[in-house]
Design a protein around this ligand. Structure first.
Ligand code: NCD
Ligand code: ZN
Length: 345
């Protein structure tokens, strides 16, 4: 197969930042996707519906002319989030979910939830109003090994949350392990998960073997090969619990290539191309449309897109950098050849 036309996809986990970075990256997403769930981990974080609506306006203003891309906003859950804010999200047309970052888990997560039990009344309200909870599932305590943090979060936190709130819709974001895949597979239908392109493509050797490669460093960190294979199997299985979320997370090149480099892979420039390559490798191109264009919308209770996206099989080279001289961003697969290319949306 050399050409593939699918219903226009959506990205159910995306970071676009603000200001110059937003302007440099948003066109990449808008070119491929109809909608995207926008992560709220700005500095300071987006914690109220009012702030989310302002952020939405900034994103809309940064879109290329004529774009119909829709940013789907989320709020950052903190120790100070009120029950009233949960109700406001439920009533909002443009804010779709809360994002839970355990405090200190990742980029700009200092304001996250430190005491999980204290957030239980908020989970209760989300369950009651049907507001999805999106979870960065990693424990943060320094004594836990970074490669075990997702597994331990599932065992000690996620399983409890799901038991306590059986009707709460939960998205376990950016799965990275076999254990996480098995957990989601065996959980009830209100528990779903996103999978990123980098976790389908690479194992931890990409970061550490033959030199340290900061552009492959993201959180949760890449794991061993058998975990990658489990993720690829899940993504290409046709199981509607697993859907597309790039976690494209732009950082300035200078802040990635640094003695303390930031976590996050930038993948929006070639998101569908990266997924297509992996689905083809798995012999499952026929499963790409469900994963990219149907299951996420169904889970969020939103209509599926009506437009289409066409990918053509032809080699092209990813640029080394994007952005202006003062806002350089190095993309995933910089300077490398990709096999598929988006030709029309
Ligand atoms: C994300 C970022 O940079 O905002 N980084 C990452 O490595 N994924 C935060 C996140 O989603 O964890
Ligand atoms: Zn993210």
């Amino acid at each position: 197969m050399d050409r593939l036309t699918i219903t226009q996809p959506d990205d159910w986990h995306l970071h676009v930042r603000t200001g110059g970075i937003l302007k440099a990256v948003i066109g990449h997403t808008a070119r491929q996707f109809g909608r995207a769930i926008i992560m709220p981990n700005l500095k300071p974080p987006v914690t109220t519906v009012e702030q989310a609506l302002m952020y939405r306006q900034e994103i809309l203003a940064a879109l290329p002319k004529g774009s119909t891309f829709q940013p789907l906003m989320t709020l950052y859950l903190t120790g100070n989030t009120s029950l009233g804010e949960v109700k406001k999200v439920a009533d909002s047309e443009h804010v779709h979910a809360f994002k839970l970052y355990p405090a200190g888990a990742t980029t700009n997560s200092d304001a996250g939830v430190a005491d999980m039990d204290a957030a239980y009344p908020l989970f209760e309200a989300m369950q009651k109003y049907g507001v999805p909870l999106l979870i960065h599932g990693e424990v943060t305590n320094a004594e836990y090994d970074i490669f075990d943090r997702e597994k331990i979060f599932i065992e000690t936190q996620l399983s409890r949350i799901i038991q306590q709130f059986p009707a709460l819709r939960v998205v376990a974001e950016h799965l990275t392990t076999l254990e996480a895949v098995q957990f989601v597979e065996s959980a009830p239908g209100n528990i779903a998960a996103t999978i990123t392109p980098q976790h389908l493509m690479f194992n931890r050797n990409a970061i550490l073997a033959g030199g340290i490669r900061p552009h492959y460093y993201c959180l949760p960190i890449l794991k061993r090969e058998h975990h990658r294979l489990a993720l690829l199997q899940a993504a290409t299985s046709g199981n509607p619990k697993f859907f597309l979320g790039t976690d494209s997370a732009p950082h300035l090149t200078v802040l990635k290539e640094n003695s303390c480099g930031c976590a996050g892979c930038y993948s929006a420039h070639a998101a569908m191309e990266l997924y297509a390559e992996m689905f083809e490798q798995a012999g499952a191109l026929d499963k790409l449309e469900g994963f990219a264009s149907f299951y996420g919308a169904d889970f969020y209770g939103l209509p599926r897109n009506t437009g289409t996206l066409t990918l053509q099989k032809r080699d092209w080279m990813v640029p080394e950098q994007f952005g202006d001289a003062d806002a350089r961003i190095t993309p995933l697969k910089a300077g490398e050849t990709l096999r598929w290319q988006v030709v029309s949306a």
